[in-house]
Write a protein that binds this ligand. Sequence first.
Ligand SMILES: C[S@@+](CC[C@H](N)C(=O)[O-])C[C@H]1O[C@@H](n2cnc3c(N)ncnc32)[C@H](O)[C@@H]1O
Length: 228
Amino acid sequence: MGIQDEPIDLDDAYSLVTPEDNRALYARWAETYDEGFLATHGYIYHEGVAQLFARYGSAGGPVLDVGCGTGAVGVSLAANGLGEEIHGIDISAEMLKVASTKTQSNGDPVYQKLIEADLTKTIDLESNFYSGGVISVGTFTHGHLGPECLGELLRVGAPGSTAAIGINSAHYISHGFAEYFDSKHKADLISKVEIVELPIYDAATATLEDKSELDSIAYVAIFINRTH
Ligand SMILES: C[S@@+](CC[C@H](N)C(=O)[O-])C[C@H]1O[C@@H](n2cnc3c(N)ncnc32)[C@H](O)[C@@H]1O
């Protein structure tokens, strides 16, 4: 078995460095991600953040799923009554292709729009467009995105809309997310900031005993976007 044929898992994802590394890994992972990663490890993170987002309330209108991957978050949003208009954005064309196959219970596609873009750069989306808010799960983690990528998300979210950003808790600590949210709060660009701790894996099915406790927990930053 060559390196290219070995099963892909979290260690591969956590050791990525550049957006190009991400593009290459997820191109190979897209086909097996749902069955080989989400199902095997009892991934429940997407459901937890979608429920939290629904509970805080969406003002209605389009919701942006950031780093949507194969669409687990979109499916959970739809299951929580927020399936009216979901757009997904991701760097991987192959992951987006899988997301495009996901359907709601009425047979409609989960995502009305799928956008291929690198979130470390300025994204080609209109400012203040997402009145339904912005959600992200599993994309702010080791080897992926840091707090510097949040500015673009604040720009495209409408003022008054909810944002729920799930961040791997070890990554949150090592990359200064607390300081980032604190500075935005002080500048009155975000309000009602809460950090909610959620499990990433279901304890009953999780097979990641070797992962540190912090890598099994997400800190979800949930707040109102006040950026104009
Ligand atoms: C661990 S997956 C999470 C996918 C999905 N949200 C979930 O919870 O299953 C991380 C996603 O982030 C995307 N990603 C990584 N770096 C990116 C970047 N620079 N720009 C856009 N998307 C990126 C990957 O392509 C991948 O689909």
